[in-house]
Design a protein around this ligand. Structure first.
Ligand code: UDP
Length: 240
């Protein structure tokens, strides 16, 4: 079931349900893409109609951050919980490992996707890493041809938002992949270049605070987040 939160229609799924839905998409012989919006996406999509359309046309729209879950609650349309993109990605890797499928990693700085791939294969030895490409390319079509030639089943697209979502919507169906997922900085995490918050912080919904403490340069980006909560409150007041 979809729930609209400040213009974005989220799938109201638990992590377990999201895994089942993702596995079903991965088993179908056609292209699908998944997006993992956080509050920054919601604000950007307000001003960028193409971004909003591309998010709403995705096969799965997962609530990546606790900010989305709070906004949903404040707005009066609560979600079952958050489904962090990085966890959904790890679950899809486990599914792919079961079938021995092919994985392509697109994005991040040169060398990061290779290192991420090496570490993923240590945990999922049945996966074939069929290609990697850094995210600082100029020629979309050349990269598309490279990805398609590698014949991936699962494609991680980690170019930052909204670039990665627009790339998947524009080029995804030509890659031959069954499932593409837009995952922001996930390759940096898989490569061990960026640490996730400890589980205790994640459980408290404080992953953002941990990240801010580790990377204070994100303060400008994160300062916008309370605005989403205020907008959600505004929506609720208007409706009542
Ligand atoms: N990135 C990229 N190409 C670009 C811009 C960014 O590959 O043109 C990568 C960047 O190296 C990083 C990821 O995209 O690995 C985006 O990280 P960001 O911090 O924006 O995403 P978040 O961590 O918030 O999901």
């Amino acid at each position: 079931m979809k729930k609209e939160i400040l213009g974005i229609c989220f799938d109201d799924l638990s992590r377990q349900e999201a895994v089942q839905a993702g596995a079903a998409l991965l088993s179908e012989d056609k292209f699908h893409y998944v997006v993992t919006p956080n509050p920054e996406f919601i604000l950007a999509a307000e001003k960028d109609g193409e971004f909003r359309r591309v998010l709403n046309e995705a096969d799965l729209v997962l609530a990546d951050g606790v900010g989305v879950v709070y906004s949903a609650k404040i707005q009066g349309t609560p979600l079952k919980g958050r489904v962090p993109g990085i966890e959904f990605a790890a679950d899809m890797l486990s599914c792919l490992n079961e079938t021995g499928g092919r994985l392509y990693l697109l994005g991040a700085k040169p060398g990061v996707a290779e290192e991420a791939g090496r570490r993923i294969l240590e945990r999922c030895p049945n996966i074939t890493l069929c290609g990697t490409q850094d995210g600082y390319f100029k020629d979309d079509e050349a990269v598309l041809l490279k990805v398609a030639a590698a014949r991936p089943d699962l494609l991680f697209v980690c170019l930052g938002a909204p670039k990665q979502e627009k790339w998947m919507a524009r080029w995804g169906k030509h890659t031959g992949a069954r499932l593409a997922i837009g995952l922001g900085g996930a390759l940096d995490v898989f490569a061990g270049r960026v640490e996730r918050a400890p589980e205790s912080w994640q459980k408290l919904g404080l992953e953002w605070a941990y990240r801010l403490a580790k990377e204070p340069r994100r303060a400008g980006r994160m300062a916008k987040l309370p605005l989403v909560l205020v907008k959600a409150a505004g929506r609720r007041i208007k409706r009542s």
